[in-house]
Design a protein around this ligand. Structure first.
Ligand SMILES: *[C@@H]1O[C@H](CO)[C@@H](O)[C@H](O)[C@H]1NC(C)=O
Ligand SMILES: *[C@@H]1O[C@H](CO)[C@@H](O)[C@H](O)[C@H]1NC(C)=O
Ligand SMILES: *[C@@H]1O[C@H](CO)[C@@H](O)[C@H](O)[C@H]1NC(C)=O
Ligand SMILES: *[C@@H]1O[C@H](CO)[C@@H](O)[C@H](O)[C@H]1NC(C)=O
Ligand SMILES: *[C@@H]1O[C@H](CO)[C@@H](O)[C@H](O)[C@H]1NC(C)=O
Ligand SMILES: *[C@@H]1O[C@H](CO)[C@@H](O)[C@H](O)[C@H]1NC(C)=O
Ligand SMILES: *[C@@H]1O[C@H](CO)[C@@H](O)[C@H](O)[C@H]1NC(C)=O
Ligand SMILES: *[C@@H]1O[C@H](CO)[C@@H](O)[C@H](O)[C@H]1NC(C)=O
Length: 373
């Protein structure tokens, strides 16, 4: 079943290649990863950031977004054809829980060949000075897969390949085109947000993806509190990385939010988008905090975890995510690509809060998205 999910990722890339000739390349999956890196960068300590830069320098000088997006772009090159299973885990149908031994298997049932196993693998390579693997590559895999494992459906059921075989119709910007539930969570919700609130596809606006993602990152960053960083960063038992925790969160969210109330061929309406956007935003923020914390633990011997905030008196409320105290952590470093033109002033948080939905015009769900040959 895992093999089919890899095929799903290939489908995503088929769409990319058909649309890449448009005004700017808006690669599926790319955007979420670029945002996590934008958010993660200012959370690195100076020591860790210098080490990350020195490893990137070998081939990708001073391009921090590459840290999170490389794994997306290269996993389909022939020399990495073994790697797609490292970008997800699959759980048994309706399980809604994660078990490393049961669920972390490669295409042919090999143990450890999944996102969680890969995070452990590349963490181990990086913390072992004598390890002879390419450490640039280990870091690039690690940062990318730490992002992936936060996408709820990348921990989805094996029977539907993480939502990839569930066809749905997206009414909003896709005008009723068919897509998969997996793609909705991997990219469509993010793209919808770019179009609605961040000037993407505004006809009179000469947009660049870097500007759009930079602005969106600033808004999300302004809604990231020091308590979030303290709560999400540390690993249980002072481990260097703790991917099983993230995979367990993802499948739980997949059951509660991604699969919930969706049947095959359903038209997903505004209420689905609006109620799921906060979950997507939360996962992008958590991924960023954990990428930064993991790299800090690996690269900065003097790194001290942020003190944990007081435990909540009641069990955490799941949907929608609890309001965040308005104290933002320090603003992003303005010298860091990929958002050079952005001034790091506190951003009014309005754009992410959607206005009341416009009247819904039912669109016949007849347009099929392009598929891979
Ligand atoms: C950063 O790297 C990405 C991925 O390789 C590439 O698409 C982008 O053009 C680079 N940006 C800059 C400013 O070099
Ligand atoms: C560990 O990393 C090496 C080098 O990239 C790779 O060959 C191997 O398949 C990886 N194993 C897992 C479980 O990620
Ligand atoms: C390490 O991996 C990176 C990314 O694939 C590559 O650009 C670089 O040339 C490799 N370094 C060595 C020494 O092989
Ligand atoms: C949406 O689809 C309808 C029916 O196929 C078509 O008439 C309309 O022009 C489309 N609108 C856009 C903005 O593409
Ligand atoms: C959209 O573009 C306008 C015109 O340049 C700009 O004033 C506004 O800040 C942009 N909105 C966002 C959310 O970036
Ligand atoms: C629009 O963007 C392109 C690509 O960045 C640039 O070459 C062009 O000069 C811009 N046009 C205007 C009118 O700003
Ligand atoms: C990004 O935000 C800045 C500051 O608000 C604005 O001037 C610019 O037009 C925005 N860029 C896009 C692509 O919306
Ligand atoms: C801030 O984040 C919370 C949860 O993380 C979310 O519910 C809220 O909508 C966000 N607000 C903005 C303005 O992004």
């Amino acid at each position: 079943m895992a093999a089919a999910a890899a095929g799903g990722a290939a489908l995503v890339y088929g769409v990319l290649f058909l649309t890449i000739s448009s005004s700017f390349a808006s690669a599926w999956n790319y955007d979420g990863h670029a945002i996590t890196c934008n958010l993660a960068r200012p959370l690195l300590t100076a020591t860790a950031a210098a080490k990350v830069d020195s490893l990137l320098n070998s081939e990708f000088p001073h391009n921090f977004s590459t840290l999170c997006t490389w794994g997306e772009e290269f996993q389909f090159l022939p020399q990495y054809s073994w790697s797609p299973p490292l970008h997800y885990v699959n759980t048994p149908d309706q399980a809604c829980s994660y078990d490393y031994t049961r669920d972390c298997l490669g295409m042919f049932g090999q143990p450890d060949m999944c996102a969680s196993g890969a995070i452990k693998n590349y963490t181990q390579q990086l913390i072992t000075p004598a390890d002879t693997h390419n450490k640039t590559e280990a870091m690039l895999f690690l940062a990318n897969i730490l992002g992936d494992i936060h996408q709820p459906l990348r921990a989805g059921f094996s029977g539907d390949e993480g939502g990839d075989t569930i066809r749905v119709y997206w009414l909003n910007t896709m005008n009723g085109s068919s897509t998969s539930l997996f793609e909705v969570w991997d990219s469509v919700i993010i793209h919808e947000t770019e179009e609605r609130y961040f000037n993407k596809s505004t006809p009179t606006f000469n947009e660049t993806l870097v500007d759009i993602l930079g602005n969106m990152s600033l808004v999300i960053y302004s809604n990231l509190s020091t308590d979030d960083v303290a709560a999400w960063g540390p690993c249980p038992g002072a481990a260097v990385s703790c991917p099983d925790l993230y995979a367990a969160e993802s499948i739980e969210l997949a059951c509660k939010w991604a699969y919930a109330d969706v049947t095959p061929s359903q038209i997903l309406l505004d209420d689905y988008y609006m109620s799921r956007l906060p979950i997507v935003e939360q996962r992008l923020k958590q991924a960023a905090v954990r990428i930064a914390a993991t790299l800090n633990r690996i690269f900065d011997p003097n790194y001290v975890e942020a003190p944990a905030p007081p435990a909540p008196s009641a069990p955490p409320v799941t949907p929608p995510v609890a309001p965040v105290p308005p104290a933002p952590v320090s603003p992003p470093d303005p010298t860091v690509p990929p958002s050079p033109p952005v001034v790091p002033v506190p951003v009014t948080p309005a754009p992410v809060t959607p206005p009341p939905p416009p009247p819904v015009i039912p669109v016949p769900p007849v347009v099929e998205a392009p598929t891979t040959p």
